[in-house]
Structures are given as structure tokens and as C-alpha cells.
Design a protein around this ligand. Sequence first.
Ligand code: AHR
Length: 512
Amino acid sequence: MLRRTFLPLPLAGLALGQAPRPQARIKVDPERRIGQVHPHVFGNFAEHLGRCIYGGMFEEGSPLADANGFRKDVLAAAREMGVTILRWPGGNFVSGYNWKDGIGPRERRPVRPEHAWGALESNRFGTDEFLRYCEVGGFEPYICINAGLGSINEAREWVEYCNEGRDTHWARERRKNGREKPWGVKYWGLGNEIDGPWQLGHKDATDYNKFALEAAKAMKRTDNSISLIASGSSNFGGDWVTWNRVTLETLRNEIDYISLHTYIGNRENNFERFLAAQADIDERIEVCAGQIRAVQSRMPRPRPIYISFDEWNVWYRARGSSEHATGATALEEKYNYEDALAMGMFFNSFIRHADVVKMANLAQLVNVIAPIFTNPQGLYLQTIFFPIAEYAKQKDTVALDALVDSPTYSTNRRQGLKYLDVSVTMHEASKTLNLNVLNRSERQDIEARIDLVDARAASIEAWELNHSDLKTAHTFGDDRKVRPATRSLKVTPELRHTFPKHSLTILKVKLA
Ligand code: AHR
């Protein structure tokens, strides 16, 4: 059951019989800084799953591919979306993956059964292809090791293959495969979702941490400059708090990040409840941030540890018993307009926690729960593409702590959810504020007074995503329905703006 509360209204200016418009207030003080919005918050993820790699990023012989076999149209769309860092090769896939299968001459690479998603893995795209893809695309690479069925030594050798500059066995192998200088991979994940019973080689917290601690030691002795991401909670039905506590306590001297994963879905076909997931995301981040602080409080010289939210998205249709849950078309989720609004909700949460969330990777890049969708002839952009690309423009900003007074609603689990879900950033060089405002009300436009503390607006541009049909979706040849509109707003002494029902608005306020 949903309960709505709207604030009392000033009645002046209302014609008789006119429905009062709910009021809100957003107060922004440029001195109330949360932290830098790290560029890696606009990261992405590519897994050997369905058509993400093969038929998405990589299609040998396609007229749309370059000499490497990389789909040029997909690379262009990924760049347009502002991808900064790319996680690979999984996901669940990595827990059964042997990286050595994916190097050397392609025709000699083994085809293997793949047990995470029930496919065959040709291994034609491997470490060198991935790192070359990142180089061509301008993405920072992030490799996740196999902490499921894999060994510590395989992980150590993978670092050597990628990063060793001296004349060693695995550096020689890399050179033989055409890459003279080290790839210099800085970001390494210590496994994927090892807390999940669905994971190949799933472990309990004690066993995972024994493995991860020794893997971290061996990998860092190979290259001490790498940054490590611990496999944090993904199984929120389980004892996720204990998992993170044990992991942080055990790995506190080795890791730079702990990961969180969250997928959401509108299973009940209830828009406002769907977007109430913000409270879960905020809570997971805040609980984990508190756990990081608790561990650090007992260290004489605590090393910074951040959250890497390295899998997130809407995903609920192409899973479970769906025919798209596994196989050739696995996870080909078709996104609609309300899913696009959920992108704003995730980013708002990451930005509000910019002091601790320093990396986030949308799952995934293309075809598999993705904003880009291909066939052999071309691609179309799913509805979720547009907010992702727009938020990514805020990669060089500082997050500000805004005061938000908004009408609220409640669900069975949560009270006092503000209809206006807000985050604010400031681009210091251009003295521009970005007010990211998601109106989660399905039925009510909400007018807000915007108070700027010790600052004055010189000009305001509004970027707005809106559509009358929450369920409208894109397809090939028809991907222009959900597109943002931009316009200049008049600057008045008192700033007010009406945020339409079920819309996402970014007000770009240039300060005088
Ligand atoms: O992104 C799809 C899957 O979701 C990943 O393989 C796994 O890590 C998560 O459960």
C-alpha cells in the first residue's frame, strides 16, 4: 500500500477549483561539499555472457568492425555515453574462467563449456583483445580475477602477463602475442559475488577471505602499484552485513575498494514503489561506509577504502524462468521509460555519497542488460542510454549536500520517501551547479523553490527527460521516443521550477 503526503500550500494565485500544486524547496550551499564525483562513477562492465562480447563489442568479419574486430558503432556509442572505466570478464563468468585459454593465436585457443550462463566460450576475445579495446576506446581497464574455481597462482600470473616489464616467462608470452610494453592494468577485482550461492566456487566469508588475502599478497608482490577491489555484498537475502565486516577486517591492509552490487525491478508494476529502491541503495552504501569507518577507527594509519558499486542496473525480466535468462540471447532486457528514470535514481545516490562511492559500473555495456542494443546491421539506443550519457558529463564535479524539503510517500517498508529525489554537483571551473531532480510522483507535478546560499544564478539551462507513457520502449528504427529536451529558463529573483510528474530534470545553473 502506498501512502502519500503533500505539504500545505500557499493558496495565493490559485483560481477557484484549480488543484493546488505540491510545493518543495531545494537549498544549495556551494560550501557544503560532500566530495569529488570520481570519474570512475561513470564506469561500465562487459561480461562473456550472451551477446555482450561476441556480436556486441566484438564481431570478426562484420562490415561494422575495425581491423581488430571491434564494432565501431558500439565503440562510438560507448564513448558518447561517457564510459570511463570498463570491468571485465565477469560477472559470474569469471568464476569458471582460465585467462590462459584466451591468449595466443586465436585458432589455437580452446573452446570450453561455460557453466555460469550455459554457453560455449570460444576464447577468441581474451586479455589482449580486452586491453586493446580499452586502449582504442579510451577506457581504464579493470580486470576481475577468478576467486571461484581459480587459483591464487593463476591470479598472480595474470598480473605478471599484463604488467611485468622485465624479461620473465609471462612477460615474454605477452610480447610473443604482440604487446611489447606492459599493459599496466591498475584495477583488479578479488573475485565476483563470491557471497552468492549461485557463484561457481562460492565460499563462506572465512574461506573467501583466506583466499583473497593470499591472492592480494601474491598479486601485489608482482606489481605493488595495483589497486584491489574486494568482492563485497551482492546477496542481500543473506547475511550481507557480516560478509562485509569480515571482508573489511581481513583485507583492510590490502584493498582500496569493497564492491556492492544491486539490481532492481518493477515486478509489482508499481512505479513509485519501484523507485523507492533509492532507500535500499542509500542504506547499503551507508551501512558499508559505516563498516569501513569502524575498521579504520582501529588502525593507527588507516588506508583509504572506498565503495566500488561495480554492478548496478534494472534487471528483472530476462532472468529466472525467462527464455532470455541463459543461452544465446541471455539477459536481453528491453528497457522502457520508467527504467530510464531509475538511472537518475542510482546516480543521485552515488553522488550523494561521493565521499565514499568512488567507482560504479553499470551492468552491462551492450545487448546484455545494456543501454546499447545491436544486430548484425546496426544498433539502437535503449531508453536508459540518455540519462547515463548526461550524468557522465558531471565527471569533473564536486558533490554538494543540498537540503531538500519535499512532499513524501510511504511504502510497506519505508516511510518519508521524498518525491523529489535530488543530488547536486558543482563544476568549479565553469561555476555551474547541476541540480539533478527525479520526480518520483506518478501523478503530481511538484513546484520547488530553489534557494542558493551566497550565490546568484546568471543563466539556467534545463535538461528534461519525460514521456507520457511509462512503458514506452525503443527498438530498431524507433529509438527517438524517449529523448531529452533542453531549454533556457528565465532567471528571476526568486527561483522556482516545476518538476513534472515522473520526470528527470537536470537544471544547469551558471552562477554570476
Ligand atoms: O550482470 C549479470 C550478472 O549479475 C553477473 O554475472 C553477476 O555478477 C550478477 O549476479
